[in-house]
Design a protein around this ligand. Structure first.
Ligand code: PMV
Length: 331
């Protein structure tokens, strides 16, 4: 007898936050403590196929060819459970996810991964969900994934209720050609995953001050985006990256994601800026440095970065499109 299979494939891009999501207002529902603004990236993408079938005893999750087990696997299973609940189905699923960026490059795959998984699950189970609902569901898997549902420049809202903590697109990818040169200085797995780090944010005496300041930086960013004012955008992004890392470093226990190479690159970016080159840095929960710049400087900066002893690889990204369904089938 033929097995009934509900299957879909979706694709999504990673994103770089200009103002960061760090710390939760509601950890259970993964509602962020503050609004954040990001750029969805064109180069760093994830393609995920999900197949719900009645004959599987448990969920099977493969990421870049490796079976995901332990807490990481359980997190994906919990996410699948949200969709099973909505569809009123108990079937387990096989998930196959591939990242097109080098595995272990220290680029968080959780945003693109959970955005692609969310869209694939909704399509496979034929759930009729609005982009806003998809964004809320993606957020339950990984906060930053809520933003990767959309392309271009995106705002994620904090809120007191699950259904109000959604992301929305601000501008399409072609609004502004900003480059994010991702300078990889280490490929090591991070010691403390961001999921755990969010829980530590309130233990820092700087957390409340940062959350208050981010509201002002978001206003500055919205204005900078509307006017295409790169200096205002870069200053806000660099300041919030520094504030987020100050919160991390002063958490108990302390989270110190920077390596000597990270700090060397931060100095390098600020030195280029003093020479009049529009370049700003931002850093996520890891040691790699994202250098934000404009054409025509991106080519020169990329070449220079590649010659630095601290840099293992540069991944040049531009604003990219949002998550999309590639295929769906019912067998
Ligand atoms: O979505 P998460 O749980 O991986 O958290 C994202 C954390 C940062 O990348 C550091 C900031 C952000 O807003 O993307």
């Amino acid at each position: 007898m033929m097995t009934h299979i509900l299957q879909a494939t979706a694709e999504a891009g990673a994103n770089i936050a200009l103002t960061k999501y760090w710390g939760n207002a509601d950890p259970q529902q993964r509602i962020p403590a503050n609004d954040s603004i990001s750029i969805t990236l064109d180069r760093t993408r994830t393609v995920t196929t999900v197949a719900f079938r009645p004959d599987l005893p448990e969920d099977e999750i493969l990421v870049d060819g490796k079976r995901l087990v332990g807490p990481a696997g359980e997190r994906v299973s919990r996410h699948l459970g949200l969709f099973r609940e909505r569809a009123g189905i108990a079937w387990r699923a096989r998930v196959v996810s591939e990242n097109n960026f080098p595995a272990g490059a220290g680029i968080a795959a959780s945003a693109s991964g959970f955005a692609a998984l969310t869209l694939a699950c909704a399509a496979a189970l034929k759930l009729d969900l609005s982009p806003r609902e998809l964004s809320c569901l993606a957020r339950r898997g990984s906060g930053s994934a809520a933003r990767s549902i959309f392309g271009g420049f995106v705002l994620l809202h904090t809120a007191s209720r699950d259904e109000d903590a959604f992301a929305e697109p601000l501008y399409a990818p072609d609004w502004w050609e900003i480059w994010d040169l991702i300078a990889v200085v280490s490929r090591a797995e991070k010691a403390v995953p961001s999921g755990e780090g969010h829980g530590l944010a309130p233990t820092s005496p700087l957390h409340t001050a940062r959350v208050a300041r981010v509201a002002e930086l978001n206003r500055q960013l919205l204005d900078a985006l509307a006017r295409r004012d790169f200096a205002a955008l870069g200053e806000a992004a660099e300041q919030d990256a520094l504030m987020m890392h100050a919160v991390m470093m002063t958490s108990r226990p302390s989270l110190l994601y920077w390596l000597p190479e990270t700090v060397a690159l931060m100095h390098w970016v600020q030195a280029r800026r003093r020479e009049g080159i529009p370049a700003y840095f931002t850093i996520d929960a890891g040691p790699n440095v994202h250098i934000l710049t404009l054409p025509p400087y991106h080519e020169m900066l990329r070449e220079e970065l590649q010659t630095l002893p601290e840099v293992q690889e540069v991944i040049p990204c531009r604003p990219g499109t949002g998550a999309r369904i590639i295929a769906e089938s019912e067998k």
